[in-house]
Design a protein around this ligand. Structure first.
Ligand code: ATP
Length: 261
């Protein structure tokens, strides 16, 4: 791995099955981002130019990054994760250059998925984004237009916790034109997330995870991960078996508070 934006990576493979819940989001991404890779010939035959950009929005810790990684894995594409605030460079012109370099890398390593996280840091409405922001937005629009003209298999995924702040020009047709909401997990989704997390943690298989799912209103996937980590520490202190029991999880809930209330 090299400098951000100059190298693509094959991510630690996240598959759809590694993500609890979010079925609608998975379907939307499978349709708009993964099919393009799987059925490239059919698209070409039909003369359809599929959309190249999807914007994932919603509260933090709900699985947006996981979904982006899964899109890359499921379509056997390279993955270029970018934290948008890192694009801001001190020297004039360098920020735009960094953005261009990312798109060039994506084309060179195609098929590829560019993931622009924390989009609102720069791509907020033009009035509030300042000089660097305005220039980056313009450059982004140029790069997207170029991408749309070419036949490269490059998909752009953006993520933000603040959809209301995003500049409207970013979400126009031909840009990030498909919006997918990633909301707080429902009780069923929390159970699904707990089951996924339990696969890679030493949780006693008899543990009543449904009880935990029912007691975790307002907890995100990231919060549930923190709960399991805390429960793991408690199990470690408690006895030799080091297996997480229901009591450890219940106690861990008193230490980890929900981010969404
Ligand atoms: P942010 O907006 O803060 O970047 P995010 O929505 O991108 O957050 P992720 O980074 O994908 O959130 O999630 C953080 C961690 O929480 C993941 O690495 C994963 O371990 C866990 N997690 C979140 N959502 C899920 C989920 N639906 N299924 C399984 N694990 C999840």
């Amino acid at each position: 791995l090299g400098h951000q934006g100059t190298m693509a990576e094959k991510p630690d493979p996240v598959r759809w099955a590694d993500i609890g819940g979010l079925q609608q989001a998975k379907d939307a991404l499978e349709e708009s981002a993964v099919w393009i890779y799987k059925h490239a010939d059919a698209y070409q035959r039909l003369g359809i130019r599929p959309s190249k950009g999807v914007l994932l929005y919603g509260p933090p810790g709900t699985g947006k990054t996981l979904l982006a990684k899964a899109v890359a894995t499921e379509s056997s594409a390279n993955f270029l994760p970018i934290k948008v605030p890192d694009l801001i460079k001190a020297e004039v012109g360098e920020s735009e250059k960094a953005l261009t370099a990312i798109f060039q890398t994506a084309v060179r390593c195609s098929p590829s998925v560019i993931f622009l996280d924390e989009l609102e840091a720069v791509f907020s409405s033009r009035e509030t984004s300042g000089d660097v922001g305005r220039k980056l937005i313009s450059q982004f629009l140029i790069e997207m237009d170029q991408l749309n003209k070419g036949d490269h298999h490059v998909i752009l995924l953006g993520a933000t916790n603040h959809l209301e702040a995003i500049d409207p020009s970013i979400v126009c047709p031909g840009r990030l034109d498909r919006l997918v909401y990633i909301g707080p997990p429902t009780q069923d989704e929390r159970l699904a997330i707990l089951k996924v997390l339990a696969k890679t943690t030493r949780v006693n298989p008899a543990t009543d995870l449904a009880h935990i799912a029912a007691s975790t209103e307002g907890y995100t996937g990231a919060d549930l991960k923190a709960v399991l980590r805390k429960a793991g520490l408690m199990a470690l202190k408690r006895d030799e078996s080091h297996e997480i029991e229901l009591a450890d999880l219940v106690l861990a809930l008193t230490h980890v508070s929900p981010s969404l209330v």
